[in-house]
Design a protein around this ligand. Structure first.
Ligand code: NAD
Length: 366
């Protein structure tokens, strides 16, 4: 088992990573959030499997468990779902010390976390991520929130969990496409902070996609450690936390223009894959980064089965317009995270529209 401690000035918590970890959830929860009752909120897709195991573990540890499911999918990450959670908690007279536990991917973690952060001005919150993306990214760092019809993640807060339990065995039921999407974020972590991790993913691609148990524990642990270090250095995204946006300004433009969460053609990790290629192409074009980095990145993403080119992107001007309304624009200038070399990135705001257009050209299928 790997245990990663996240120590913030005002709060500390552990991320416990282990195959079969959900069986121990109840005992660990008793240390992190002791109380007689717990609310277990899960994604519908894991309700009969991983959430049932989680509920059993909590009951064995002595919790009186209230269970509830949220329908799967990004379209349910909204205020209606949050409202239903408030109704559930108020109806069951949940108190300030009763933990709320999320079992599912990033959608459930973000939504339940936001409800936990606001119900009674904040109750203990435990994350049990069941997607690779949620294990390595969404469940660590304390960003919780929901979407509005006007845009993704427009409502939210920073709210740190009391405990994160990542049971890597839960990935066995995850559709392969979702596993690959999580891997896009792992490649992102490697590019922004850890060239050794990049080598390691190159060497272990098959073991990861074949879901070798020890390889998954190492993958998740190394990525959680990177995310944790970035978050501890800059909890509220005043500076270097923005490095986590590598590839994401391009990705958000793809998502916004191709209909994210509505049966879209690209899942988030796929858009991030294309976004990382576009950002790295731009870094090569402006002379910040060697072309070998771009070659290795594309080869690795191809081998994982993530897209590096797309044949159905909207017109480039539409994509650039969408980038300009992203949250990362300051004074009308795009601030892009570009690699200098593997393991190191910078925030760059001087790229011209022509250069950005050429970067889009590199991911557009001829
Ligand atoms: N808070 C953060 O810092 C942060 C960071 C990155 C992403 N996010 C958010 O995370 C969300 C994406 O998360 P995601 O990729 O986990 O998506 P998700 O929660 O929608 O899960 C993906 C799919 O997998 C299914 N699923 C989940 N676990 C499963 C399992 N073990 N077996 C079978 N099916 C399973 C779900 O039902 C869903 O259909 C987005 O809303 C994004 O904004 C948040």
């Amino acid at each position: 088992m790997a245990v990663i401690e996240i120590k913030l000035p005002h709060h500390r918590y552990e991320v416990r990573i282990e195959p079969g970890a959900i069986a121990s959830l109840g005992n660990w929860a008793k240390d992190a959030a002791p109380h007689k009752r717990a609310a277990l909120i899960s994604d519908q897709a894991v309700a009969d499997t991983h959430a049932t195991a989680a509920a059993q573990s909590l009951a064995q540890a002595g919790y009186d468990v209230l269970t509830h499911t949220i329908p799967s999918g990004e379209s349910h990450k909204n205020l209606d779902t949050v409202r239903a959670l408030y109704d559930l908690l108020v109806g069951a007279r949940f108190e300030r010390k009763s933990p709320v536990i999320a079992v599912g991917g990033g959608v459930v973690g973000d939504t339940v976390g936001f409800a936990a952060s606001t119900y009674l001005r904040g109750v203990p919150f435990i994350q049990c991520p069941t997607t690779l993306l949620a294990m390595v990214d969404a469940s660590v760092g304390g960003k919780v929130g929901v979407n509005l019809p006007q845009g993704k993640n427009l409502i939210g807060s920073f709210y740190q969990p009391n405990l994160v339990v990542a049971d890597t065995n839960t990935l066995n039921t995850l559709p392969p496409r979702e596993l690959k999407c999580g891997l896009a974020e792992c490649v992102k972590h490697a590019v922004i902070r850890d060239a050794d991790l990049f080598d390691w993913i190159e060497q272990h691609t098959a073991a990861i996609t074949d879901q070798d148990a020890q390889t998954l524990v190492e993958l998740v642990s190394r990525n959680v450690a990177i995310k944790a270090a970035v978050v501890v250095a800059d909890e509220k995204e005043a500076g270097e936390r923005a490095h986590l946006n590598f590839g994401h300004t391009f990705a958000h433009a793809i998502e916004a223009t191709t209909g994210y969460g509505t049966g879209e053609s690209y899942h988030h990790g796929e858009a991030v894959s294309l976004g990382m290629v576009a950002a790295t192409s731009l870094a090569v074009e402006v002379g910040r980064c060697d072309a070998t980095v771009l070659d290795r990145l594309k080869q690795l993403l191809d081998r994982i089965g993530l897209p590096t080119r797309a044949d159905n992107l909207p017109p480039t001007q539409q994509l650039i317009d969408s980038m300009l309304i992203d949250k990362k624009v300051a004074d009308g200038r795009l601030r892009l995270v570009l690699p200098d070399r593997l393991g190191e990135v910078s925030i760059v705001s001087g790229a011209s529209h022509e250069q950005i257009a050429r970067a889009w050209g590199t991911v557009r299928q001829a």
